[in-house]
Every structure is written in structure tokens, then in C-alpha cells.
Design a protein around this ligand. Structure first.
Ligand code: PLP
Length: 433
């Protein structure tokens, strides 16, 4: 399978190139040249299959031409060492719980898959060690670091702004050791990001070591997210509730919902989608007006969705051939201010006893407002509420327990490399490796 750029001004890339490069040479996003529909028999029997079996079928449609079946199966099964179950919240509303992985958020799925795919390519090439650089404002660093933890042949450098990430977030990538190095930059997130960008452009550094990025727009992080939408359908079908399914995705960079749209293109019977936003309403406004006006992002309590210019917008436009009418026939929008998010968490807990995190709360709320009679809604609970303990407890007026695996991170010892906000210092550090 070849991958083209959404800007279409550079030649198509192989899977290997697309994964290592992340972004196409013309700054476009990679798209698979074909989206293969899965056969009717697959959907007829899907409810009898395990999550891993389902995921392997989906993975085969994208990656089967490039990776032998046995290897791909290993990658998929090893990635999905945890479940993505649906939980009943009300008679009509179910939560697709994507927080059962190592860092308690859905990004674990894509990060773990990418780590294993990269390792497969490195082994095949007998290449030198690969170094993954990632800048994080909190959550991406932990998913990527944990996704790559213990993966032979790969070293990860996580750059994060000193004192600007929460304690819980920080311990998820600073306590790991082994092939993970946390670099604590005396600056803000943008400084970390520009140090990473400079590193990719520095010829001397690239001659010294093989560098790659694990950005969320990477096809190896993006496409595997389709797995759990097929699983959601299967589990809802087993309950006899899959006929008029509405899937609601709390969205920031729109990678998660775009992978669901790919799933639908493969034949997954989802009736329609809702993209739930916090106060960052660029996509919501696009749905209403057909015009796209990126803005600076606003800070909210659902901070993983604080995005003012969602990068995967280009993929949605490409997928639909820029047909606004068709896009709005498949996707509706919603946007919530912090006060409304708090209210949704409070009401859902009071009425159903279900604890939402601030991101999932946007998804739940949109379904309560937009679900039509006869439809069943599934929203993505994209992170465990304990990751946002203080915000959630204040909203619901009750204490929530911290899961064992999150508490385990908090017991670990912090290890980081202090770095001034200066690219030449960072370069010198990497040159010594
Ligand atoms: C990243 C993230 C989102 C947003 O997902 P996108 O793919 O960027 O739209 C939502 N919730 C949580 C908890 C996240 O970490």
C-alpha cells in the first residue's frame, strides 16, 4: 500500500517511509491510497470475535500488503494487551472505555502500535538504533514513552516544559528509566516543540544518529484507532443495540474521530457521528458555516482538546473530497464551555453513578442532547477520570479512587535531564550519545 500526501505535491511513500517521516515532505498528512471495505460475513459474525481478532482483520486491510500475517498478528495482539470495553451509562447511552491501557488514555493504542511497527522495520533493515524525539505538554509524552518502553533498538527522548505539566502526568514519563529519557526544558511547550523541530533539521545531528518523530498525525498512531470502533460495534451488536448507532467522539486534533470515519468507509455500520468539542469550536463552526477559521487555542478543563487548528481537519476534507454537504450529513457538532462540562460530569454522576472525565463529559452531554428516538449512542471515554482527579472530584462532589497502575507511577523515582531553553545545549547533549 502506498501513502499519498493530503497536499498531493510529493510522490507517494511506502508504509515504512510514512511511519518514519510522520509528515509528508510538503507538510501534508499521509493518507492510505485505498480504504478496503471488509466483507459482509465479517460484520455478520463480528460479535462472536474477540477484540484482538477484530483488530487483526482491520489491521490486515491497511497493513496486510506490507507486513506478513504472522508478524502483523503479533504486533496487533501485543499492542492490545488491554481491553476497550463498552459500559452501560443509560439505556440508550454507552461509554466506550478507552482508558484501560498503561497511561489510562486512548493514545496508548496508537502509541503502542507505532512502537511495535517501528521495531519491526528496524529489525528488518538491521538498521542502527532509532531515536524518537517527542515534545509534550502532558499526555502525549506518557503514551509515547510507555508505548516504547522496553522496545529494543529504540530510545525515546521526551521533552517537556519544567513545572508546566501536572504531577500525575510528569511521573508517567519521568519514572520509567530503561530506554526512556525525560528532558526537562527550562521553557514552555512551544520551546520544547521548536527544539525537536530544530533537531530534525540539523544535518550534523542527523548524521550522528537516526531520528524519528512519534507525532499523533503519524499513520501508525492514527489508523490503529479504528480498531476499537469495530469492537464497540461488535459489543453493541451482541447486546442487540447496534442497529442505529451514533458514535460521539470528544475531539481536539480530530485524529480519533477521523479513524472512526475510516472505519465507516470500510463498511462499519455507524449511522452518524458527533464531534464534541470544548470551547475550542473551530470545527463546530466549520460544520455550521462551511468555513474554516483556525484560531489560537483556548485553555479549558478538557485540556487534551485545547486545539485551535486541528491537524486532522486536512484528512477529513480529503476523505470527503471537500464536500461540506456530505460531511454534515455524517457528522454533527457540539461545543461546551467549562461550566457546561462540569455540569455534565455532575449530572451524569448523580443520575447514573457513572464518573466521567472532562473530555468524555463533552461526548456524553452531546448524546443526551442530540440522540433521536430509536438511536443508541456510544461516546468515547478518552481518559480515566482519575487523571483529572481534582477537577472531577470538585465537579461531582465525591472522591474517586486512583487505579493501581496510576498509583504505581506516582511511587516511582523521578529521573530527568535538566536542559536550558537552548537548542545548541540540547544538540550537544544528543551528540554525546
Ligand atoms: C488527545 C485526547 C483527545 C483528543 O483526541 P484527538 O484525536 O486529538 O481529537 C481527547 N481526550 C483525551 C483524554 C486525549 O488525550
Amino acid at each position: 500500500m502506498k501513502y499519498y500526501s493530503t497536499n498531493r505535491t510529493v510522490p507517494m511513500a511506502s508504509l515504512h517511509e510514512a511511519v518514519v517521516k510522520g509528515l509528508a515532505g510538503d507538510k501534508g498528512l499521509f493518507m492510505p491510497e485505498r480504504i478496503k471495505p471488509l466483507p459482509k460475513e465479517f460484520f455478520d459474525t463480528i460479535h462472536t470475535m474477540s477484540f484482538q481478532e477484530i483488530a487483526y482483520h482491520v489491521a490486515d486491510a491497511f497493513f496486510g500488503e506490507d507486513i506478513p500475517a504472522a508478524d502483523l498478528k503479533n504486533i496487533v495482539y501485543d499492542t492490545l494487551s488491554f481491553d476497550c470495553p463498552v459500559a452501560r451509562v443509560t439505556d440508550d447511552i454507552y461509554s466506550l472505555e478507552l482508558f484501560h491501557g498503561p497511561t489510562l488514555a486512548f493514545k496508548d493504542v496508537g502509541a503502542r502500535f507505532m512502537a511495535r511497527l517501528l521495531q519491526y522495520f528496524i529489525r528488518q533493515e538491521d538498521a542502527q538504533n532509532v531515536n524518537v524525539l517527542v515534545a509534550t505538554s502532558g499526555d502525549t509524552g506518557s503514551a509515547v514513552a510507555n508505548g516504547f518502553l522496553g522496545v529494543d533498538g529504540i530510545h525515546v527522548y521526551v521533552l517537556y516544559p519544567k513545572g508546566k505539566v501536572s504531577k500525575i502526568q510528569e511521573c508517567q514519563f519521568t519514572t520509567l528509566g530503561r530506554n526512556i529519557t525525560a528532558v526537562e526544558v527550562d521553557g514552555v511547550f512551544d520551546d520544547c516543540q521548536s527544539m525537536v523541530k530544530n533537531a530534525f533539521m540539523d544535518e550534523e545531528l542527523n548524521n550522528h544518529m537516526k531520528l524519528t518523530s512519534a507525532n499523533s498525525i503519524n499513520v501508525a498512531r492514527f489508523l490503529p484507532q479504528a480498531f476499537y470502533y469495530f469492537n464497540a460495534y461488535a459489543r453493541m451488536k451482541a447486546l442487540g443495540k447496534a442497529d442505529n448507532l451514533v458514535v460521539c467522539v470528544p475531539s481536539g486534533n480530530f485524529g480519533n474521530i477521523t479513524s472512526a470515519l475510516f472505519g465507516r468507509r470500510m463498511g462499519l455500520p455507524i449511522k452518524r457521528f458527533i464531534a464534541a468539542n470544548n470551547a475550542n469550536d473551530v470545527f463546530y463552526n466549520y460544520l455550521q458555516t462551511g468555513e474554516y477559521h483556525p484560531m489560537a487555542s483556548l485553555q479549558t478543563i478538557a485540556n487534551a482538546m485545547d486545539v485551535g487548528d486541528p491537524s486532522n481537519f486536512a484528512r477529513i476534507i480529503d476523505l470527503y473530497g471537500n464536500n461540506h454537504k456530505e460531511i454534515i450529513s455524517h457528522i454533527s457538532g457540539a461545543t461546551y464551555k467549562d461550566e457546561e462540562i462540569r455540569k455534565a460530569m455532575k449530572e451524569c454522576y448523580a443520575a447514573n453513578g457513572y464518573v466521567l472525565d472532562p473530555h468524555g463529559a463533552c461526548g456524553y452531554q452531546a448524546l443526551t442532547e442530540q440522540l433521536q428516538p430509536g438511536e443508541t449512542g456510544v461516546f468515547c471515554e478518552t481518559a480515566h477520570p482519575a487523571k483529572f482527579k481534582d477537577t472531577v472530584e470538585a465537579a461531582i462532589g465525591a472522591e474517586i479512587a486512583i487505579p493501581e497502575r496510576l498509583a504505581a507511577f506516582m511511587k516511582g523515582e523521578k529521573q530527568s535531564v535538566e536542559m536550558p531553553n537552548d537548542f545548541s545545549a540540547f544538540k550537544q547533549y544528543l551528540m554525546s550519545k
